[in-house]
Write a protein that binds this ligand. Sequence first.
Ligand code: AMP
Length: 285
Amino acid sequence: MFLFKQKTDLEKYLQPLRDSGHAIGFVPTMGALHAGHLSLIARAREETEKVVCSIFVNPTQFNDPNDFEKYPITLERDIEQLVAANTDVLFLPAVGEIYPEGHPPSTKYDFGDLDTILEGQYRPGHFQGVGQVVHRLLDIVMPEKLFLGQKDFQQCLILKQLLKLLHSPVKIVVVPTLREPDGLAMSSRNVRLSAQDRTKATTIYKALIFIREHLYKTSFPILKAQARAMLEKEGFKVDYVEIAAAENLQALEAPLPKSKMVALIAAALHDVRLIDNLLLDETGR
Ligand code: AMP
């Protein structure tokens, strides 16, 4: 695996590959890699010829400075895992490499309602920061395909919108959420949970399954209140429990005929905030 810290070096390496027709797959991450990230690498390995992973803890997408400071960094292990996963290139830029002019918060992308609902409501400015960094990374890597995790469902929709705004030819591949055996979605933040909270954290997945199982039996407001109560009983501070149209995340009051729906939860145990979601297809009926 090649490791580049300077964008110009990476660009010089990738251009001849692109010129000779190699499809480049790109997996942007913030490091502290786990099997979920590696499933994105594996998918990129299957679908493209050169796999580029970036590790960059992007300051502009953290609305909470405490969350930024506490973001886990496990670089040596990350590199070992990327080598074992047969990654071709790791791009590991310093903050100044991505933001040579400093990094004032950016508010320039028109993501519509998606910017301010759900995650956007509880993390103001977050998606502008995500848009800003992915825009810059795409300009450097210029991949054919961008691999994203369904775990960050709203982020996937935001980045689809970003590509539309940029008239970009890059294709997005959304990879299903990888879970621990007890259902907890893998996340870099899970390592910050105490042993007791780690056990409780599985309630998020249980609440999502509960919603899926009762989707056509209980009214949505009651169903959401029941899921919220499950979480609060375990000590979660719940930001939201929502049932929405998968296409645009507009909240729903009742089942949407013939369209995909998704249940989304954000909730914190002590200061560790977790998010998860579940597509609500026919299997819940
Ligand atoms: P992050 O390092 O948290 O910014 O995540 C980098 C990429 O990995 C994003 O596209 C995430 O959606 C994806 N990802 C994070 N957790 C998982 C998971 N449990 N399963 C699949 N993909 C994931």
